[in-house]
Design a protein around this ligand. Structure first.
Ligand code: FAD
Length: 232
């Protein structure tokens, strides 16, 4: 299997990076081909702008999604976007590795999605969910948190983290057509002590080894909606 790991942590010695390193080691040892986009190490530019386009459909007014479509056709997307798109298109499984920032992904990872999930390839019109451009690929988020398990659970003070991450899990990965697996959560990791962190790491490795038995999250199906996306 071809696996792309998109990693968004600025510190290579962090616990989040240790989870990523364990994934690289275990998946490579299992015979998979693993590619890592280490966004901070790459100095990935997360800012969507006119500089992303080598040519313009409309030189006078920047409509970002329309220019994505134009530049897909003209094969003139910025080289860093084209390179990341190529990695995703080659991947059977995409792992997103990041610390929870403000109930969400770090800005550098949000910018990776904004720029790399291009209209005209990844999504657009009815090219969403089970018609999405990344259909057939699986995705899983590997998330560390400062908050405790019970704080980020249903009924907890912050609510269910999987619901909180809907903009990522459904709004981006599922929307693009990917089969989205339940995330792995490493809770409260700066505060739990070295031994407890070792246990989190061991649990992560076990869950990764059993990834094929992970039941995907339920996503909408186009078959349940009419031409105007009203429920049938
Ligand atoms: P680190 O602090 O890098 O690591 C924790 C410890 O693990 C360190 O002592 C490190 O040395 C040690 N370690 C490294 N490798 C290993 C190993 N192999 N085995 C054992 N120990 C190891 N949290 C929330 O819950 N909700 C939020 O909304 C939220 N928003 C945030 C917003 C911002 C801007 C920031 C900066 C933080 C936020 N946090 C939030 C907290 C954040 O999610 C956590 O601090 C982060 O997930 C901790 O992971 P880390 O990899 O950075 O840990």
């Amino acid at each position: 299997m071809n696996i792309l790991i998109v990693h968004a942590h600025p510190e290579p010695q962090s616990f989040t990076s240790a989870l990523k390193d364990a994934a690289v080691a275990d998946l490579s040892a299992a015979g998979h081909s693993v590619v890592v986009s280490d966004l901070y190490a790459m100095g990935f530019n997360p800012v969507a702008s006119a500089a992303d386009f080598g040519s313009r459909g409309d030189a006078d007014y920047l409509n970002y999604a329309l220019e994505q479509r134009h530049n897909v056709k003209a094969a003139s997307l910025a080289p860093d976007i084209a390179a990341e798109l190529e990695k995703i298109q080659a991947a059977d499984l995409v792992l997103l590795s990041f610390p929870l920032y403000w109930f969400s992904v770090p800005a550098i990872l949000k910018g990776w999605i904004d720029r790399v999930f291009v209209s005209g390839i990844v999504y657009g019109g009815r090219r969403i969910y089970d018609g999405g451009g990344l259909k057939g690929k699986r995705a899983m988020a590997i998330v560390t948190t400062g908050g405790r398990d019970h704080m980020l659970s249903p009924g907890g003070i912050h609510g269910d983290l999987t619901e909180t991450l809907k903009p990522l899990l459904q709004g981006s990965l599922g929307y693009a057509g990917m089969t989205v697996l339940p995330p792995f959560y490493g809770y409260h990791v700066p505060y739990i002590g070295a031994e407890a962190r070792e246990a989190v790491l061991a649990n992560f490795r076990a869950q990764l080894a059993a990834i094929d038995s992970r039941e995907p999250l339920v996503m909408p199906s186009l078959a349940d909606f009419d031409a105007e996306m009203k429920p049938l």
